[in-house]
Design a protein around this ligand. Sequence first.
Ligand code: GLC
Length: 735
Amino acid sequence: MREKIGQMIQLTGFFFAGSGEETGPAHEMEIPKEVVKNAASILNVVGAGRLKEVQEKYLEENAHKIPLLFMADVIHGYRTILPIPLAQSCSFDPELVKEGAAVAARESAAAGLHVTFSPMADLVRDPRWGRCMESTGEDAYLNGQMARAAVEGYQGASLLDEGTIAACLKHFAAYGGAEGGRDYNSVDISELTLREQYLPAYEEAVKAGTALVMTSFNTINGIPASANRWLNEDILRKQWGFDGVLISDYGAIHELMMHGVAASKEEAGKLAIEAGVDLDMVSPVYGEVLEKLVLDGEVPMELVDRSARRVLELKNRLGLLDAPFRSEKLMEQEAELMHCEAHRASARKLAEESLVLLKNEGILPLRPETMKKNTIALIGPYARSRELYSAWSLFARNEEVTTIEEGLQNAMKDSPEYAGIRLLVEEGCPILDEGEEIVSFRQQLITNDWNERGIDAEEKLTAAVRAAKEADVAILALGEHIQHSGEGACRSQLRLSKAQRELFKAVKAVNPNTVVVLFSGRPLIFPRISAEAGAILQAWRPGTEGGDAVAAVLTGQVNPSGRLSMSFPKAEGQIPVYYNHLRTGRPAVNGTSARFTSTYRDLDGEAAYPFGYGLSYTSFAYGPVKTDKKIYGLEEPMTASATVTNTGERAGYEVVQCYVQDVAGTTARPVRELKGFQKIWLEPGEEKEVSFTITEAQTRIITRSGSCETEPGTFRIFIGKDSRAEGAYAEVEKR
Ligand code: GLC
């Protein structure tokens, strides 16, 4: 039995020779050696050579030669760091996201890994949550398309193929709904909202074949996910047919005691295994108490058999039972594969398509031919920063990151029109204010150390202002600190540091031509910049190719095509603000705060920048929405279409979005919901008819009975450039 229980635990490398973690803090776990010798898996130990050594030493001890599974958080790239998932979703390009996941899989497999703890499909509406950076935003449909793309990219056609890794969908479920946007906090939502908004993306990833699912830290309506049989057995297994491995989040089974639903490890273990959790991630519970629970008749042996079998089936699906050193050929190419040209090209294209142009009063793209001073100033703490990745980029290397300065230098040296143009670069100010502290993901204390380093902030500011004065255009590279987002990085206010806001004011005062490039893992709040900057480019955390991608957009080599996958609030007090809200009995009138409507006395209810929004260097016009039938239903789906025209002088991508409003249901309906999108390329003057097929299933709702049903009624179809979809709509009846 101990061998089977061993297959149900994942430990840190600490217990395993060769992992490099054998030293360090002694683990207080009293897991029997017999169980450790049969452990299923270790996490976040990487490197072909190291993992080969760990596997060899482990197999020497393992009676049945069942190899270890190596899992890690490859959230957005392994060594070639892709844009964060929230940025990737702004590309509205699932094929490109899939290509990026395949790059991450190849590098991870070459480093000896078998599983990544990705994709995260948690729907998010609260930018205070530091983990929205790992999400793909506020829309169920887009989240589903992105989760599917990631699973397919990671897993390829078969997990027996070289260069693939198993996906682990997380955090099941609804972790993005944590109250107050606080990590580990409770989730209290109606079953209607859970099933219409939060669950669909997970279901899409399960249908795409994710090999694992991870339970979330949070309770859902009072029951922690790791003890939630309704969620894990009734929905995940029975309704969706998931037959892979359900792994807990880090220590989450043990935390059932903290949640107050288990008074002991025994109770926690019983709850978790009865709720179908197969693999206990780094908690002592299964390893210490499961055997006794079975021997005392508290837990049937079948549950242990069931979970052990699922883990062994996963190992078999990965080919590990026949070849414990899976991807051996690839592992020999580890060095040349990492951050190779082909991978960088994928990462760069994804970064370029993830950038969102929020504002542009004609300043962008940069026009060297109009520069009378022949000077561009690049100013700000991100001008030369290599930290363009995220707190989850566990395996990134700074020296492999192209900075914004380097990106601009590369773009300028390749273009003759920039001959003779100077690039002045000044840091201007630190990211953090004086006295501001952050504890990093790896628990280091990070502060603004300019004083200790003897850097005179006044001098730096003066130099930045001087550079701005001398320049035709001042580009400000600003943002939150890399450690301001990620796990355990929730924030109660979402503004830039005071020093950065002062820097913007000082630069703007001497140079009206100011472009702001923002680096963040979440929507930030920047009212003055929104009002006064000439242009704003949301760069997110763009990854190792970020410098070249941002430069390509600034210089016009690339026409920006990103569209927001998450709304930007105007103030923290507005949160949550998202596009597909219910109408209420007294809907706010767009952009106004009229009394006795659902808005604030001191602010309207509109986002600063809404879902689906993003500008281009060209313009697009939309024709009227047409439908192929006035009545549609179960047998025949409906097709809606509109003609889109590039009315500008430049070719570019347009993300054509199709929204549907259910005018009246037996439960209140969102103002509109995304039901389709197409990213199309149009040459200047070119027009294209874009069609969307809306199936009957896509407009089913959770009715008062709690079941997902078809309801007859009137539906309004919008086809437009963002979620405001102010244009005309077509009406169809559903029978
Ligand atoms: C963390 C995170 C989860 C991650 C896991 C392993 O606490 O919640 O997303 O995959 O532990 O590092």
